[in-house]
Design a protein around this ligand. Structure first.
Ligand code: F6R
Length: 614
């Protein structure tokens, strides 16, 4: 949610900042802007709309050459996405410029204070208030670092701030509270970014910052303090992916590329999980075996697609460990006063590791002394840092706003966690666990087999350009898959799409069925006969009322043929693992349909990749 870039070094700051914004554009794309320090003044440009609008403006009216600059790509919170509300925001005299991600909760009070002192604010944003306060401090004689520390002490809310001073080209200063910011460490140059994608083409050495810290970058180095000015340290780490992972690799959309990366992403997420003696090991889990044996309840918290991964995890954990599992939307969790004890394990699933709803839920859980384990794809992000343990998924950077490989690798991590708990608690024999691990290790080939049928799925998608409403049905582990298929279609194709547990249909939603309405049905493998039979009944019910059924069923399942207007064969896999293959055609379907409808698949309207506001 909002992408932020800062640079100081020998290169053209405009080039570095605009390139960084391009890589961060998935975080927000309502407007974009840049501010450079050149010849003792700030040169700035900002435009509503995508980054291309800003680039056009700069091409038409070039900015002065500079080696110190900041930039921003916005997902609007306060104020409409227009040129005036776009960042950077200057102070009263234009001496400083500031970009911001997050929400300043006490901005109304601060704005009133400034207006009483005669300041006129041009925008509706909370950010401009901070740039005026910052400039007041600088005009009173403070250097930009000290000014930032003083201003941050007055702010409430969640924020990443990055600022420059027109009279000091030697530094860029940033601060963070509950909002992402990483430092890129170069030779004679340093970078700031909302995430490492902002500077990955220049350096893979990064530094994560703690809560309530101010960082100053110069060509000579990086210094970190608390908001109180006390010296502090950031944690240095090396990024294990490179520029090529952040490129489209010949695909039209990042999303399509990421769907096709899933066999590798799943394989990578399974790597190194077995010891020489064949036992399952999760070396990032830092909760002792004794404490894990005491766990008597698991609560999974997550949002959106990650929540659906959590729903699948419930089936796996309960089946393999017999520990009761609740799955809860992170945004609802702390408002219902959940029952948490020291023997509760809270599992927080988040691809980005920055989702504010999930982060606040974690904090609530930890305050109640529950254990928190994060499943996360982003090294150095806040959620794993604030958890007792973490299982990293190894999907690589996910740039497309709609999660795909993030979801599949979350499923893998959930299965691994379930098996690990079963191993520790002794609820499954070693051979059973090894069998499931073998099955998981064969999943990349199965996923590839589904991808190899993409043309048939694309053709089906293209037939639905004029469709206004699509339903998805599933049962058991297929139910979250149905929900995920519907979410993908809503967010990418802007269609009315809903997922249902097939058994629920007759309790109301079946009234929605009209002649010719497409209904995508996730059919469980035949091994679970009751489940399979019940699903067939559900399909017959909608078909009898005129629905056009598109059935995803395992290859060789002949019983489904009479009820399927279209059939998408799936590889034969166990019921619990079926989501790993069943969701893939639904991702392909949504990607292709949105694409032929002319939508921007990577940057759907109103969305942002990392939702850092509650
Ligand atoms: C949908 C999607 C979102 C995210 C949700 C949580 O395609 O990507 O629903 O799953 O915003 O994000 P993370 O996993 O980063 O916490």
């Amino acid at each position: 949610m909002c992408g932020i870039v800062g640079y100081v070094g020998p290169k053209s700051a405009q080039g570095v900042v605009v390139e960084g914004l391009r890589r961060l554009e998935y975080r927000g794309y309502d407007s974009a802007g840049i501010a450079l320090v050149a010849d003792g003044v700030i040169a700035s440009a900002k435009r509503a709309g995508k980054l291309a609008n800003l680039e056009k403006a700069i091409a038409e009216a070039p900015l002065a050459g500079s080696t110190t600059g900041i930039g921003h790509t916005r997902w609007a919170t306060h104020g409409a996405p227009n040129d005036v509300n776009a960042h950077p925001h200057p102070g009263r005299t234009g001496r400083v410029a500031l970009v911001h991600n997050g929400i300043i909760e006490n901005f109304v009070t601060l704005r009133a204070e400034l207006e009483d002192a005669g300041h006129e604010l041009a925008s509706e944003t909370d950010t401009e208030v901070v740039s005026h306060l910052l400039e007041n401090e600088v005009l009173a004689g403070a250097d930009l670092t000290t000014a930032m520390q003083r201003v941050c002490r007055r702010l409430e809310g969640a924020f990443t701030l990055v600022a420059v001073d027109g009279l000091d080209a030697s530094r860029v200063v940033a601060a963070r509270r509950n909002s992402p910011l990483v430092v890129g460490l170069g030779e004679g140059e340093n970078f700031l970014g909302s995430d490492v994608a902002a500077f990955i083409e220049h350096t893979r050495d990064a530094m994560e910052l703690g809560q309530d810290q101010v960082v100053t970058i110069t060509t000579a180095g990086v210094s970190v303090t608390g908001f109180d000015g006390a010296p502090a340290e950031g944690r240095r780490y090396h990024v294990d992916w490179d520029l090529s992972a952040a490129e489209k690799d010949g695909h039209d959309w990042f999303m399509r590329k990421e769907i096709h990366e899933q066999p590798r992403a799943v394989a990578d997420s399974l790597l190194g999980r077995r010891t020489a003696s064949g036992e399952l090991q999760l070396d990032e889990v830092r909760i002792s075996d004794e404490d894990l044996r005491e766990i008597d309840k698991v609560i999974i918290i997550a949002c959106g697609t990650s929540f659906y991964a959590g729903m699948v995890a419930k089936y796996a954990i309960e089946h393999w460990t017999r520990i009761p599992v609740e799955v809860e939307l992170a945004s609802e969790f702390r408002y219902r006063d959940p029952i948490l004890t020291h023997s509760t394990l809270v599992v927080a699933i988040s691809q980005s590791g920055e989702t504010a709803d999930t982060l606040q839920a974690i904090r609530h859980a930890r305050a109640q002394r529950a254990w928190v384990l994060a499943i996360c794809n982003t090294n150095g992000s806040t959620i794993p840092r604030e958890s007792d343990a973490v299982i990293y998924t190894h999907a690589g950077p996910e740039i497309g706003v709609a999660s795909t490989k993030g979801f599949l690798t979350q499923l893998v991590a959930c299965y691994l966690l379930a098996l690990y708990l079963a191993q520790i608690k002794g609820t499954r024999y070693g051979e059973e666990i090894a069998d499931v691990l073998d099955q998981l290790e064969s999943m990349p080939d199965h996923i590839q087999a589904v991808l190899d049928q993409r043309e048939a799925v694309y053709e089906l998608a293209r037939q639905h350009v004029d469709t206004r409403s699509v339903l998805f049905l599933g049962r058991h582990a297929g139910y979250p898959v149905a929900l995920e298929g519907a979410l993908k279609l809503k967010e990418l194709a802007y269609l009315h799409a809903e997922g249902f547990a097939a058994g629920e249909l007759k309790h109301g939603p079946i009234a929605l069925i009209e002649q010719g309405m497409p209904v995508l049905c996730v059919v469980p493998p035949k091994g679970r006969d009751q489940l399979h039979g019940k699903m067939l009944s559900g399909i017959q019910e909608v078909r009898a009322r005129g629905a056009r059924t598109i059935c995803l069923a395992e290859a060789g399942d002949e019983t489904i043929r009479p009820y399927a207007d279209e059939l998408i064969p799936l590889p034969r896999v166990p019921t619990l693992l079926q989501p790993l293959v069943a969701v893939v055609p639904l991702q392909l379907f949504a990607c292709e349909l949105a694409s032929v409808m002319g939508h921007d698949v990577d940057q759907p309207r109103n969305l942002a990749k990392s939702v850092t506001v509650e």
